[in-house]
Design a binder for this molecule. Sequence first.
Ligand SMILES: [Zn+2]
Length: 457
Amino acid sequence: MSSRRPAFACTACGATHSKWSGRCDACGAWNSIVEEAGLAEGPSGRSLGPARGRRIALGDLADAEPPLPRALSGIAELDRVLGGGIVPGSAILVGGDPGIGKSTLLLQAAAAFARLGASAVYISGEEATAQVRLRAARLGLSDAPLRLAAETNLRDILTTLEAERPALAVIDSIQTMWSDHVDSAPGSVSQVRASAQELVTFAKRRGTAIVLVGHVTKDGQIAGPRVVEHMVDTVLYFEGERGHQFRILRAVKNRFGPADEIGVFEMTGTGLAEVQNPSALFLSERHAETSGSVVFAGIEGTRPLLVEIQALVAPAAPGSARRTVVGWDGGRLATVLAVLESRCGIAFGPSDVYLNVAGGLRITEPAADLAVAAALVSARQDIALPRDAVVFGEISLSGALRPAVQADARLREAAKLGFTAAFIPSGGPAPAANDLAIHPVADLAAFMDKCFGKIDR
Ligand SMILES: [Zn+2]
């Protein structure tokens, strides 16, 4: 058995291939495969041999574990996404589109961390120190005891970190790092992986928390953050739509806390500000009672969040009906449209359908189904739902509605923001008493009758 060296790698997902092709089998990306030198060899085929190792001490499931030590970053929204602060020795990847505000957020976090008395180092491979200092001055951070350098040579960076032993080191970005034992250009899959591996190993060995910044790349020439996701403890993505001032920090993987937790920030003149009440922010663009607009009472991570779902149904040119979705899953939209047609007789066939989650948020919860269906039919009929009502519930293929998890938390958030009514699936546990008028509905057809009366089908 010969272990052939794979000579090609996908810059989107990191899969290795023995030959070039236009499309990556592993992730489906087009034009993402590039030639790579110096990829690590696979298993050699030899066994471990007879030399004995150390005997491992086995424990019981009930043995008490001390709580993880954590250090607060000084930014509450970041700490909640991390699961309660930074775990020493952990490796954290922060990915996002270029220019979305990753460097600003991490400069603010590292400065806040340093101000709390912990030693923190910020290494920029993207910008000169003068540029970073200018940004720090603009953000009002110049007095923070944060140490700074502009460097891309990994060997020099590791030597420096070894001598300084900071509690936190930010590497901005992993794609600019260059390790002299790997024979390929910075930003290639093998360089990005090798550099991340060295930094993660350093984090574990010395107890320094390492934050790697990774740009989500579109051109396929530079490896994206996905190629190192499996090496780190925590993966955060910083999301937002250009033109919106909101930014969402989302945990997609977290060994030390819940995944799917989100933190909400607002881009301001003096940097990213934490948003204490995201529901109020996401509903702030809502005006008069309009058809096609429905408020979904959702849960993101551990936090209830109200968001507006907007739908528009417009006549289409013959034979070219479009389905356009922003912030939700296109396949899920097709399912909801199919259930509306088959179970309720409400067809959208010849019309263009546009669906939008307001504020640039991305929703993945199935509990949004009913709010989406309500927005679609509201837009089709040009009948507005009551402005002070929230909606949630999952739709099954039979048209039945399934209760959503954490109904009480959703209803409490709605009551807190001044809503007075809620349409929810029947059959779940009775909600705790609050000021909302609750309208339980068993299936989608009953919901449509209740909200929109007789619909021409
Ligand atoms: Zn791929």
